[in-house]
Design a protein around this ligand. Sequence first.
Ligand SMILES: Cc1ncc(COP(=O)(O)O)c(C=O)c1O
Length: 428
Amino acid sequence: MKDQNWLKEHNARSMWHPMTAPSDSLMNPPTIITEGHGVKIIDVDGHEVVDAVGGLWNVNLGFSCQPVKDAIYAQLNRLPYYSTFRGTSNDAVIELSEMLRSFFAPDGLTRAFYTSGGSDSVETALRLSRQYHKIRGEASRTKFLSLKKGYHGTHFGGASVNGNANFRTQYEPLLPGCHHIPAPYTYRNPFNESDPEKLAQLCLQALEDEIAFQGANTIAAFIMEPILGAGGVIPPHKSFMPGVAEICRRNGILLIADEVITAFGRTGSWTGSRHWGVQPDFMCTAKAITNGYFPFGAVMIAEQVVEVFENDKTGAAAIGHGYTYSGHPVGAAAAVACLQETLRLEVNKNAAIRGAELHEGLLALQKKHALIGDVRGGHGLMCALELVADRETKKPIDKATIGKIQETAYRTGAMVRVSGPNIIMSPP
Ligand SMILES: Cc1ncc(COP(=O)(O)O)c(C=O)c1O
């Protein structure tokens, strides 16, 4: 490793960072992380803190998961790469597919399509859902519906269904035919409704209204996170996702569950869809599938979609989509080991128990600090504090104050993530 002074001097000089202005990285050089052990990270100055971000909601098993590291090393030595495009496969990805099939059986998902990460998984699900309707002779179904405040990565498809202007405005025009409905976000919503159940019903009515307005036969799919993550950890009322699923089914619209964060236990259930008792048509996964140690993802596909593709005799089901790294053997080997560890450690149960503790602790903090306007969580290890300058008016907090809070937390022992007015916590 280069020495500390060299690293600091060159920090952000020759690279642009995602999700910030290049000038910001130059003025406020990023924290340089050089080691990670267990649930802790160490920076270039030797300062050690708990990583309350869990990498980026992906290092679910912490930084010392030896079986995943060993699997990566062994696979690199045996077969470091081979493609899964038409005509070739590899042993690691076949083993993984069988494991995923049994892991996701309770969700009704029986096939995997591999990707290099979350944005790829979203893009794949959007594209395959259009193709599903074309195979069935409903080529008019091309539009996508989604939730405001939803986050679905940054590819053009994902940004188009994204519900946050920060990821959209500078990149417009986006994909036509993408429409958004209000999120079940009790703290702020256009209905001024703070009761979660009533708000869920209002959002469902808005969905019905949008479908009627667009025409059901123009809509391919609805995409949502079972618990909205990057938008500020927004768990909907338990009636919401089942309500969405029912409306979609009644209207012939496919339901894509974006579980890039929520799959593999983070919500306290093995998947976010299972948490709410819903079986989606597609499920996007990535992140914790390899514990963040290798860029990898899988789109899981429901049996009724599988049948349409596999029974096609016209050639319309030929998949003209995929990535060089789809089914990468090293990613697959990492995922096999990661899934074994995830199951062995019963990560879902731990996330439920620790998540409840974290949520309680945050509610107690809210009693002490007027600037905590809203505390969200209560479903596994994903929580957020929404900070306000004034509780009465809910005026959002200024950037400098929230920056100071993050800095103080870091100095006193915890890395937390700031996203707009929210402090987000998603520890390993
Ligand atoms: C719900 C959801 N979908 C998609 C993505 C995009 O994943 P990636 O950053 O791996 O492309 C993310 C990333 O945080 C996410 O939270």
